[in-house]
Design a protein. Structure first.
Length: 350
């Protein structure tokens, strides 16, 4: 692959990664209050166009979100309706909430806070389960005393919030828990559209629609730009993960879709074996042979301290001495996507 084609491909994929959730993140913190949102009106609705795992239905004074992942229906009752004071549901099938939410908390270990950040709703975030978050706006609010650290197993602590958003279904949930798992969707745009899911809880469907429409428009523009590139061969991309001496090729559909939309080709289409043990000589030979056919490597190995993970670490893990065979090394196309990293020892300057 020529340096020009490699450069253009790198640009497209990097933009695709950035656009989905960073499009509206500005240099300052956009903080709003949920209960300051206007009551719902006829035009303030969201239609789910791409996501497959949830649907939204509207009544005169209420809304219903049907979540296919946890099997629950979330009944959202307008705070200015008679129904808000007369009905409360908490069963295995249905939960009710009064909207717009007055405040909320999140399981920050599994929940993508950036969705609320894009909606401008961090002002009503009052509880997080860990301060290990990348959002500087959330950290700033926490350091100023506006957000408290909570124990996600303490039901009394959780009860003080109108809603507690979680990113898992395998844990016992309180009556105010809301499951939010866009990661179950198969494409990047399906995942991005879950911003509408959160917007419904705040009567901010218009804002959520605007964010998603802009994300989708930019994504499709980049996809068409990649399609218009006329090259003899598409660059081959491998998503790799290293864990306890074993390298694995990723198979998640949304990652494959990213590569295709960026004008690349997934290595997984041409191999049957997806795991390779570095301590087994035959596995090493097979793994290196496949890597010699790859133009770009996306290394998603989990690292507790990403700042200490270097190219030398990567090369040591793949057990490579002679680098001449590997085009992705020659082209300097080994990527990671750690994004912003919070240092546990550094003082946050604001």
């Amino acid at each position: 692959m020529s340096s020009s084609s490699s450069s253009s491909f790198n640009t497209f994929v990097q933009l695709l990664f950035l656009v989905c959730f960073r499009l509206f993140c500005l240099s300052g913190c956009f903080i709003g209050i949920v209960d300051g949102a206007a009551a719902v009106n006829v035009g303030n609705i969201s239609k789910v166009l791409d996501a497959e795992e949830y649907r939204v239905y509207y009544g005169q004074t209420f809304k219903v979100i049907k979540n296919s992942i946890d099997g629950k229906s979330y009944l959202l009752i307008q705070n200015n309706s008679r129904m808000a004071t007369r009905r409360k549901y908490c069963t295995g099938r249905i939960k009710s909430f009064v909207v717009p939410l007055s405040n909320y908390s999140v399981d920050s270990e599994d929940f993508p806070v950036s969705f609320f950040e894009l909606l401008g709703l961090l002002g009503s975030l009052k509880g997080i389960t860990s301060d290990k978050v990348a959002s500087q706006c959330v950290l700033k609010s926490y350091m100023e005393g506006n957000i408290q650290i909570i124990n996600k197993t303490d039901t009394q602590q959780l009860a003080q919030f109108a809603a507690h958003f979680v990113g898992k279904t395998d844990e016992q949930q309180a009556c105010n828990s809301v499951t939010f798992i866009p990661f179950e969707e198969n494409t990047p745009l399906q995942r991005a559209e879950w911003i509408k899911y959160l917007g419904v809880f705040a009567n901010m469907e218009v804002r959520a629609n605007q964010v998603y429409d802009a994300v989708k428009s930019n994504y499709m523009c980049l996809t068409k730009a990649a399609e218009s590139k006329t090259t003899s061969f598409k660059p081959v991309v491998a998503w790799l993960d290293y864990n306890e001496g074993v390298w694995s090729f990723a198979k998640e559909p949304y990652k494959m879709k990213y590569v295709e939309d960026a004008g690349g080709e997934n290595v997984d289409d041409s191999i049957n074996k997806i795991t390779y043990n570095i301590s087994v000589p035959d596995d090493v030979d097979d793994f290196h042979a496949i890597l010699c056919t790859v133009d770009v490597v996306i290394d998603e190995t989990y690292i507790a301290d990403p700042a200490q993970y270097t190219l030398a670490t990567f090369l040591q893990n793949i057990n490579v001495e002679d680098q001449s065979c590997f085009a992705f090394l020659t082209n300097q196309s080994v990527w990671r996507y750690d994004k912003r990293i919070q240092s546990s020892t550094a003082t946050l300057g604001m």
